[in-house]
Design a protein around this ligand. Structure first.
Ligand SMILES: [Zn+2]
Length: 420
């Protein structure tokens, strides 16, 4: 018995030792490298030439993880740079904020406030403050959104964008809105996965969008694109099943526009929820790249959101689209077509819906054309999009969204007045 006990003790010790060694071994071999925790991605299946980079990249085109981080570290003085969260792959996600934060101290949830038809018990005594939030890079390789957000920050810092163009109207909006929170890159995992700073312009031929679509939505093992919307059939995406996962998902394979919002949201989504709960923004502009090739200009998508916010969306839509049209950044000069919100049907349930129901913000996706190819207008004429035009459209859209927020008084104003 004694001997048996000894044997059991020795056996336990032996297995404990094996356990310890294997634990140490696994810790040494499979723990994510904090500097580069991305799951192993093979670039071998990517067709030749797809990762070619533009020969001349304008100075204002800051859209790489390193470029963004260096910019935020060295150039932001007026704004406050904070780590808002950490991606599934362990990368920091930075937010830049200006102005006075809502102090809040409400007594109920957003849902509770709807039941009593009064937002004050949710947002607190400073309900009337106006708070704007801008998101870039929710899809990691939609570079226009990232470049636009960085240039907006530069305008708030210096009065000029990074091309040197003065933007006094946009810069002055810092004084009229109470709070602005900008996240240039929500999905650093997706951005890190696509190792180029800017695509070459592949022109307007019929297949010229293919490379961009491949790098964005991912590619199959045979080199063909997964494509939109088919890519949404597998969330999370199993990276071992595809040739290249593209820039949509985070390192857990999740496209956060379609996260498991009520189940187990990803860290990027959780970060946005927490930030939105703290800031209680009135308006969130969620910048993306992706417009149809036959109407190759900035589009504003109608969100699936609270019915009472639909007329507010209409007014926001008109304001931004009239400004884009006046600046020759739409397909015609006819604002009765370009700025008619009734032509924009409602989209499906996604991150914008979730953020709206989480904090009451009107959350809107704006889609940009891509710098990597061009399309046509509705008459079939070529619609070229230079990097300078794309920058202009980004800053005008943000500016008009801010102007709308200021003049309408934000959600507190929307509840009180008819909005034009
Ligand atoms: Zn997108």
């Amino acid at each position: 018995m004694k001997q048996r006990n000894h044997l059991i003790t020795r056996t336990i010790c032996y297995f404990s030792l094996i356990g310890l060694v294997s634990l140490l071994f696994s810790a040494c071999t499979s723990a994510p490298d904090k500097k580069n925790p991305t799951p192993a991605i093979s670039y071998d299946d990517i067709p030749e030439g797809y990762l070619d980079e533009a020969e001349h990249i304008p100075d204002f085109w800051i859209a790489s993880v390193e470029g963004i981080n260096t910019y935020l570290e060295t150039r932001v003085k007026k704004g406050k740079v904070e780590t808002a969260g950490t991606s599934a792959g362990g990368r920091p996600i930075f937010a830049v904020s200006y102005g006075e934060k809502r102090i809040g101290a409400g007594t109920t949830t957003f849902s509770g406030s709807l039941a009593v038809s009064d937002l004050v018990p949710y947002r607190g005594a400073d309900n009337e403050k106006t708070v704007y939030m801008g998101l870039g890079g929710v899809h990691g390789f939609e570079l226009e959104s990232i470049m636009g957000t960085i240039n907006m920050i530069e305008v708030f810092e210096t009065g000029k964008d990074l091309s040197g163009k003065a933007r006094p109207e946009l810069a002055a909006m810092l004084d009229s809105v109470d709070r602005i929170v900008l996240i240039p890159l929500v999905n650093p995992d997706g951005r890190s996965r696509v190792p180029i700073r800017m695509e070459p312009d592949r022109g307007g031929a019929s297949g010229s969008f293919t490379v961009h679509e491949y790098l964005n939505t991912g590619g199959k093992k045979d080199g063909s694109i997964i494509g939109w919307p088919d890519v949404k059939e597998f969330i999370p995406m199993d990276f071992s099943e595809v040739g290249f996962p593209g820039g949509y998902p985070n390192d857990a394979g999740v496209n956060i526009m379609h996260d498991d919002f009520f189940g187990s949201p990803q860290p990027e989504t959780k970060m946005l929820f927490d930030l939105a709960a703290r800031e209680k923004p009135d308006l969130i502009i969620n910048m993306h790249t992706g417009v149809p090739k036959n109407n190759y200009y900035m589009h504003i998508l109608r969100p699936f959101t609270e019915p009472k916010l639909q007329p507010i969306f209409d007014a926001l839509y008109r304001n931004i689209k009239i400004a884009l049209t006046d600046n020759k950044l739409q397909g015609s000069m006819d604002t009765t077509i370009e700025a008619d919100p009734s032509l924009r049907r409602m989209g499906g349930y996604n991150l914008n819906t979730a953020l709206n129901l989480h904090c009451g913000a009107l959350c809107v996706v704006i889609e940009s054309p891509s710098h990597g190819y061009f399309g046509t207008n509705l008459s079939g004429d070529p619609a070229m999009q230079t990097p300078e035009m794309l920058l202009d459209a980004q800053l005008i859209a943000h500016q008009e969204a801010l102007r709308f927020l200021i003049k309408s008084g934000g959600r507190a104003g929307w509840d009180k007045h008819a909005i034009q």
